[in-house]
Design a protein around this ligand. Structure first.
Ligand SMILES: [Zn+2]
Length: 66
């Protein structure tokens, strides 16, 4: 169930509305926001990974909401 070790944690930004989510980046370059199987709140399922440690600290707090 918990296969997080195989995937890389990152921050994803929605391609359409720019919303940020804590996300998992899979080896096939798929980005999936954690706790949002249906994608972004705007309905998009296209995300870009953001490599920025400074953003990670603020977004981590949102993860517990799921
Ligand atoms: Zn969006």
């Amino acid at each position: 169930m918990d296969d997080a070790d195989a995937n890389r944690r990152t921050i994803a930004a929605c391609e359409h509305c720019g919303a940020l989510y804590a996300a998992l980046e899979f080896s096939n370059e798929t980005i999936r926001p954690i706790g949002r199987r249906d994608g972004c709140r705007c309905g998009s399922t296209e995300f870009s990974a953001i490599e920025d440690g400074s953003m990670m600290s603020t977004s981590c707090e949102n993860e517990s909401e799921k």
